[in-house]
Design a protein around this ligand. Structure first.
Ligand SMILES: Cc1cc2nc3c(=O)[nH]c(=O)nc-3n(C[C@H](O)[C@H](O)[C@H](O)COP(=O)(O)O)c2cc1C
Length: 173
């Protein structure tokens, strides 16, 4: 767990300060999600933490695939996707989709009526159609309209500063 430094550091983002920029951004705790889509090459997945809720009415969410990922064009070009908030007991699945888009071996899933793989047992799952694709530097921003939500009683994984951790509930401190 990173400790606050004794001194305040300040810099202007540039190619030379990318690691400091990454470290600063990493101080924002997120969950771990897996996005899935169908493709001509079969079902695909990618582990992402760039997920954010956007709007309740209409129900919109977003996530950002990196343009330097081999999977970018499949996910940016898909008409539908599912975003799964991953649980503490699902690290093997999430780590599988860090390594490979095809890491479905041993994963319990079924396709929805759009062919999108739906992974079972996740704390929450959002089935979406893509509403907007925005070009944004070295990433794309994918905005999805949520068509269906599923929730399961399991504890979400937390990710911060490159570490896979857990949320300590104030009542348990
Ligand atoms: C916790 C975590 C979060 C990630 N978040 C994103 C993300 O938001 N967008 C993205 O494009 N890749 C993200 N990645 C990287 C992808 O999971 C995957 O490793 C990458 O697409 C591999 O590149 P490839 O498709 O060229 O093999 C993340 C990886 C980890 C471990």
């Amino acid at each position: 767990m990173p400790r606050p430094s004794a001194e305040t550091a300040s810099f202007i983002p540039s190619p030379e300060t990318q690691s400091q920029m990454r470290a600063a951004l990493g101080l924002f705790a997120t969950g771990v999600t897996v996005v899935t889509a169908d493709s001509v090459a079969g079902p695909m997945g990618i582990t992402v933490n760039s997920f954010t809720s956007v709007s309740m009415d209409p129900p919109l969410i977003l996530w950002c695939p990196a343009k330097n990922s081999k999977r970018h064009d499949v996910f940016a070009g898909a008409s539908h996707f599912a975003l799964h908030i991953m649980g503490e007991a699902q690290d093997d699945i999430a780590r599988g989709f860090v390594q490979s888009a095809e890491a479905f071996d041993g994963v319990e899933w079924e396709a929805n009526d759009k062919g999108v793989p739906l992974i079972s047992g996740c704390p929450a799952r959002f089935e979406c159609h893509i509403r907007d694709r925005i070009d944004a530097g070295d990433h794309s921003v994918i905005i999805g309209h949520v068509d269906r939500v599923s929730v399961s009683p399991s504890v979400p994984r937390v990710f911060m500063s490159g570490a896979w951790g857990a949320f300590l509930h104030p009542e348990d401190v």
